[in-house]
Write a protein that binds this ligand. Structure first.
Ligand code: GBH
Length: 492
């Protein structure tokens, strides 16, 4: 029989081991294994991803760059919003953030150490056009020229997002931002300008990140910039201008970019997960996926607003022309989906044929209370997109989670909850690829802790811990986990 170790003697053993490690050089158990080293566990064939699967990580300009007043950058709505007292937790701002603007070379080395093959970053519109339209600021674009060159020199493919929420403040002041059609047009022009200059090296562009977040939270709920609570008619028109801006950007990129440049979007669709995997609930979840995403992904894919959406909006429905719908549904080369949480759906006898199921109070979530855990979202999200709209190329443009992340005495952040989250979600993503769903790549959110919008710096999403006082980046346990996944091309 094994002798039970009392808690106290266990603490003693653990303590002396810790002591030992400070005096004796030890093998770091989380370091990259040397080539040919025995893998700790054999990868089973069944957990492998398709050959050439594109592993990546992601960030966004305002969340990481800092340097808000450098090289001619104009102010964005997020500068204004974060500098308005009471809008962001602790009144935090992105003035410095991760100072990635100055640390980008070091940050690319973090990516290299992970083994990522691609990096999804966003371009700050107000760096390139300080007032949104009018005269460009070549120095602003230069930052991205250097970033892209450095990525390529390190064999990392750049994937650029053109809009991740930092709208030039001037456009907000002049026309109400996305409330105005002029913003859609200005976005198209800016997208064409950037694509013309970067597409010799950047082969993949995402137009807009998460209509479903920035339009809803910025113009209806008011908790993101520009902090508005528009009435329904004006709000639905704002939604329309956002998807119109996407379509105009697609057309401008096609017109100005080098041949072979590929374009898509990165949308946080509502991910409808059947409560049970039976035919009737799957059917209900599929119907729900179209309706719940009607103002964004559905109109982009189908070129029409669903009847139910228009009927529900009634007199507040957006005003649009057939030409608008054609622009909005300009053909895409791929779809990007940001996936964090599931929305559970069941079959129902109502005319809609589905009902949403509210999670019980006890439903588990990560450090952010909105981030409920549902690994199957990473299966059903891409499956719906492939089956409903026959999309042939899908990227998971974001997935990841917040954890309370505190460095332990040895300096390592043991984010076992993040590893648990990632392992389970990736298992479901692997299931999707095994079922033949054409998921081509995965961008983990995020490379490093950063400015988490209205939550300021209180919620950490990084694979690397950032000490904001020193700008030191330290890989967390989850970074080692992800490096193993990439090295094995399988769930590790
Ligand atoms: C993404 O949003 C963003 O693209 C990225 O910039 C962000 O850092 C990341 O995820 C992590 O949040 O405060 O309860 O009203 C994901 C979608 C939309 C989820 C806003 C959180 C706020 C919920 N997010 N939502 S609440």
């Amino acid at each position: 029989m094994t002798k039970r170790i009392s808690r106290r003697s266990f603490a003693k053993i653990a303590g002396s081991a810790a002591l030992l490690s400070t005096t004796t050089p030890q093998l770091n158990p989380f370091a990259k294994q040397s080539p040919g080293a025995e893998p700790s566990m054999q990868t089973t064939q069944s957990r492998e991803f398709p050959k050439g699967f594109l592993w990546g990580s992601a960030t966004a300009s305002y969340q990481v760059e800092g340097a808000v007043n450098e090289d001619g950058r104009g102010p964005s709505i997020w500068d204004t919003f974060s500098h308005t007292p009471g809008k962001v937790v602790d009144n935090a701002t992105g003035d410095v953030a991760d100072d990635h603007y100055h640390h980008y070379k070091e940050d690319i080395q973090l990516m290299k150490a992970l083994g990522v093959k691609s990096y999804r970053f966003s371009i700050a519109w107000p760096r390139v056009f300080p007032t949104g339209d009018g005269s460009p600021n070549p120095k602003g674009l230069d930052f991205y020229n250097h970033l892209v060159d450095e990525l390529l020199a390190n064999n990392i493919q750049p994937f650029a997002t053109l809009y991740h929420w930092d709208l030039p403040q001037s456009l907000q002041e002049r026309g109400g931002g996305w409330e105005s059609r002029d913003t859609s047009k200005a976005f198209g022009d800016y997208a064409g300008y950037v694509a013309e200059r970067l597409s010799d090296r950047v082969k993949h562009f995402f137009t807009i990140n998460e209509f479903g977040a920035f339009v809803e939270l910025g113009y209806r709920v008011g908790i993101h910039a520009p902090g508005l609570k528009l009435p329904p008619g004006r709000f639905n028109q704002t939604r329309h201008h956002a998807v119109l801006g996407h379509g105009l950007a697609v057309q401008a990129i096609r017109a100005k970019a080098k041949p072979g440049t590929r374009v898509g979007l990165a949308e946080n669709m509502t991910i409808c997960v059947p409560v049970l995997e039976t035919a009737q609930h799957i059917e209900a979840a599929t119907r729900a996926a179209r309706e719940m995403n009607a103002p964004y992904m559905t109109v982009i894919q189908e070129g029409k607003y669903t009847d139910a959406y228009l009927a529900m909006a009634g007199a507040d429905a957006p005003k649009f022309t057939p030409e608008d719908l054609k622009i909005i549904s300009s053909p895409l080369d791929f779809a990007g989906i940001n996936i964090y949480t599931p929305t559970y759906v069941r079959a129902d006898n109502s005319p809609a044929g589905f009902a949403l199921v509210q999670p019980p109070k006890s439903y588990p979530h990560m450090a952010s209370s909105w981030l409920t855990i549902g690994p199957e979202a990473l299966y059903w999200g891409p499956r719906h997109v492939a089956k409903i709209w026959n999309v042939k190329e899908i990227y998971i443009t974001e997935n990841g989670c917040s954890s309370s992340d505190i460095p332990a005495a040895d300096g390592i952040v043991y984010d076992t909850d993040r590893v648990m989250y990632l392992r389970n979600y990736l298992t479901q993503l692997q299931r999707a690829t095994a079922d033949g769903i054409p998921v081509k790549g995965y961008f983990l959110w995020s490379l490093m802790d950063n400015f988490e919008w209205a939550d300021g710096y209180t919620n950490r999403f990084g694979l690397h811990y950032v000490d904001y006082a020193t700008q030191k980046r330290t890989p967390k346990l989850s970074a080692s986990f992800y490096r193993e996944v990439i090295a094995r091309n399988a769930v590790a």
